[in-house]
Design a protein around this ligand. Sequence first.
Ligand SMILES: Nc1nc2c(ncn2[C@@H]2O[C@H](COP(=O)(O)OP(=O)(O)OP(=O)(O)O)[C@@H](O)[C@H]2O)c(=O)[nH]1
Ligand SMILES: [Mg+2]
Length: 441
Amino acid sequence: MFETLTEKLDSALKKLRGQHRISEENTAEALRDVRRVLLDADVNLNVVKSFIDNVQQKAVGQEVITSVAPGQLIIKIIYDELVTLMGSEKAEINLSPEVPSIIMVAGLQGSGKTTFSGKLANLLKSKGRQPLLVAADVYRPAAIDQLEALGKQIDVPVFTSRTESALEIAKRAIPYAKENARDTVIIDTAGRLAIDEEMMREVENIKSAVTPHEILFVVDSMIGQDAVNTAKAFHDRLDFDGIVLTKLDGDTRGGAALSIRSVVGKPIKFVGVGEKMDALEQFHPDRMASRILGMGDIVSLVEKAQQTFDQKQAEKLQEKIIKDRFTLQDFYEQLQQVKKMGPMSQVMSMIPGASKLGNLNDVDDKELKYVEAIILSMTKEERNNPGIINGSRRKRIAKGSGRTIQEVNKLLTQFTEMQKMMRNFTKGKSFAKMMGQRLGR
Ligand SMILES: Nc1nc2c(ncn2[C@@H]2O[C@H](COP(=O)(O)OP(=O)(O)OP(=O)(O)O)[C@@H](O)[C@H]2O)c(=O)[nH]1
Ligand SMILES: [Mg+2]
């Protein structure tokens, strides 16, 4: 997710490393680079402009603080601005105290509406709700089949009809939900290639017939600026409550994620990070900003672990990270679990400092096997206390795992690095200090 953006921001900010004071000049130079990076990432021009202005103002105002290096300070300012830009706080969906809560899902063709509807039903189900999926896309027969297949997969009922209009289906779904004790109705609507009158009217009609508590607009983050423009046009007509950004697992540049909130004025509520039913995350502006700045997202990682692993194990992991007792043995055990969590690159991107390990898209299963082999060739003592692994032990481990000494060294360095990042992240050390280490590499 956003690897290119992260990398480029990092190198733009490197210039401030070693500078002892923030001057208007060195700030301006670094910010010129940041500006270019954001424009390259397809962030809306006006958004970039006010972003840079804000950072500049704050940075120059901070000149008096001499104990912090400029690079650190500016990154902190940039982090804060990124968080603000993406909405400051996590936004929940509106659910009604009455039964059923009604959620309508709309958006352009192929944006990921049907997939998202399934994912949302799955998420709500895991939180103890009783969702009902409603297939109101009657233009393609396959669309109904698709939602029915997803419903079966996650064990959630699907209400539809192959003879009625979308409006009739949506209307009838509400009493059906009540009769069948379903407390949340999720209506999947049809998409069009572009925003056209017919589609608008259909969703408007459904909206006024069932008065949803929450209307979610689904956009494909891969289409960048266009996503922002469509969302705006759609919002002017439909006044939706929140945005779902899909396909963030792809090669997306980040422009949509960074611009949409401030252009449309509605919060991003969820992000889709894969095709599978569990590839959905609630959107947290602060966590996203950390990821964009290459600081990882340990909180989401732990949450994902909680969903995938059993509760006890997740708590154990969390405690170990917090207490700084995360060992190579834990790392190995987690690797086994992590394999269940989805593509490695995605999981790795949440670990603070992991972006330092190189291009995360290159992390593949083969490399994982090598890492496993190396760890398995260590004694228990070595795994729990990697500090004792001296030259001769390294040689033995390399031989035992069939890998080179360089690879063993690399793994040990990476592990120490990771431990360091986790330590700083969880022990609540000052942000600036942590960023300083990052810059001081
Ligand atoms: N990688 C990735 N693929 C996704 C994501 N969300 C949806 N997709 C894929 O995108 C394609 C379109 O998704 P759908 O859910 O069918 O989109 P839709 O908006 O319902 O499409 P229409 O009903 O035809 O308008 C499918 O192949 C999905 O598997 C995501 O978050 N990541
Ligand atoms: Mg669909």
